[in-house]
Design a protein around this ligand. Structure first.
Ligand code: ADP
Length: 424
């Protein structure tokens, strides 16, 4: 199988790709949609390519057209199954963008149905009777209730998705999933079908059902990383003598380890608190006040020459103070710019090789500044948090670096210390 996925954000793309690699299928992430598909996108014959967009909260029409362009590129490069990757907490508003993107991908694929689930049991997300649970708590009672951009106040996914699309929204309940792939495939008519899943075995049934439907007519698969992982498991088990999915990834000679944390999420805060090495704090108020605020940090980076010891630069924890004084957007932009600038200094001026970035928006800013366009996915440092090899060019020739782009809430408390053990 050549799985072509369109992801609505960059760390979600890495989450899917990391799990797919672990399941045995090689994976590449493209950051944005290039004009031409790289000829070697599916070089291993079977594999997964993910286009990472940044459209989760974009206007719906923009999200739909960017997703359609990405889907056309993937199909043109030889993808045999399209996948719509959205957040496992179904992050969306009544305007979208899960419905509009699903409609757009179905139209490009010539499909009348999309099938999937946000459920990703390995990340604590399950779907039962159409209700999404986050670590056992209904979505609308989880912390997603108060998300700043996509507050989720209803846990019933059919009710959440219906206003986002003119297509019918259907549900396959867990009792029918237990009847097996044929039963599930038989219940999929037209429209967007959400399927209950509590376990990896349920996801395997859904993946098998998608295979049965796809043998008859085009269908778009979709959801969190869970269904994609099940599709990869099925594909890897049928390719006899398949090389390990990370085979062929180049080793990256170690010249320095840098952690850039712009996320204010609970897991990242725990990782910052647990980190024991050299650290520097970035305060948006300082960045707004002092045009030379980064100079001492640049000096510290240059003076830090032990390649084995990671150095951490993180955003100040006092989000409210900065947002009150500067506004949320300006504070975030100042931090993202500063972290991207320091990444470019470390990689291009100092030649540092290994970079761990915490935060979805932060990762977008850093990869854009480094000019990274393609990630070859390696081993996971934690579920959904893979290392990748990429190449950055500041005009003096490409430089191969190892990057780990982490969604704010992923990874255990010791990630900043332990992640390096499995890095390329
Ligand atoms: P996550 O993956 O946890 O959502 P992101 O990087 O996507 O992390 O988003 C966090 C956002 O919050 C970034 O734009 C970052 O610049 C901003 N931020 C982090 N710390 C602060 C702070 N102290 N004050 C204001 N904004 C902050």
């Amino acid at each position: 199988m050549r799985l072509g996925a369109v992801a609505d954000d960059v760390t979600g793309a890495c989450d899917l790709a990391g799990r797919v690699v672990e399941a045995g299928l090689p994976a590449t992430v493209l950051l944005g949609t290039p004009d031409d598909a790289p000829g070697d996108l599916f070089e291993a014959g079977a594999g997964c390519a993910v286009v990472a967009l940044k459209v989760r909260t974009a206007p719906a029409a923009e999200a739909a057209s960017a997703s359609a362009a990405a889907a056309r590129l993937l199909l043109g490069a030889g993808a045999t199954q399209l996948y719509h990757k959205y957040c496992s907490t179904f992050d969306s508003t009544p305007a979208g963008n899960i419905g509009p993107i699903a409609d757009a991908l179905a139209s490009v694929a010539g499909a009348t149905a999309t099938v999937g689930t946000p459920a990703t049991p390995g990340a604590g997300r399950t779907q039962y009777q159409g209700t999404l649970f986050v670590d056992g708590v209904p979505l609308a009672e989880s912390s997603m209730r108060d998300h700043p951009l996509t507050p989720m106040r209803d846990s019933d996914l059919v009710r959440v998705l219906s206003p986002q699309t003119p297509a019918p929204v259907g549900l396959v309940r867990w009792q029918d999933v237990r009847r097996g792939a044929d039963a599930v495939a038989g219940m999929v008519g037209d429209g967007h079908v959400l399927v209950d899943a509590l376990t990896e075995a349920d996801l395997d049934v859904i993946a098998e059902a998608i295979g049965r439907i796809a043998a008859q007519r085009p269908v778009v698969a979709g959801g969190g990383a869970g269904v994609a992982t099940a599709l990869a498991r099925a594909a890897a088990s049928t390719s006899l003598g398949h090389a390990p999915a990370t085979a062929g990834l180049p080793a990256v000679p170690l010249t320095g380890r840098l952690i850039l944390a712009g996320s204010a999420s609970a897991a990242t805060r725990g990782q910052i608190a647990a980190f024991r090495g050299e650290r520097h704090v970035l305060d948006p108020l300082d960045l707004a006040r002092d045009p030379h605020a980064l100079t001492p940090i640049r000096d510290a980076l240059a003076a830090h020459t032990d390649p084995l010891a990671p150095i951490l630069i993180h955003a100040s924890g006092d989000v409210a103070a900065a947002q009150t004084a500067l506004g949320a957007e300006r504070a975030a932009a100042l931090l993202e710019d500063a972290l991207a600038e320091l990444a470019a200094f470390a990689v291009h001026a100092l030649g540092r090789s290994h970079l761990l970035v915490a935060g979805g928006e932060t990762s977008g800013a850093v990869t854009a500044r480094l000019g990274l366009s393609r990630l070859r996915i390696g081993a996971q440092a934690a579920p959904g948090v893979p290392w990748a090899v990429s190449s950055s060019d500041a005009g003096d020739g490409p430089r191969t670096i190892a990057v780990l782009l982490k969604s704010g809430n992923f990874g255990g408390p010791d990630l900043f210390t332990d992640a390096w053990e499995v890095s390329p």
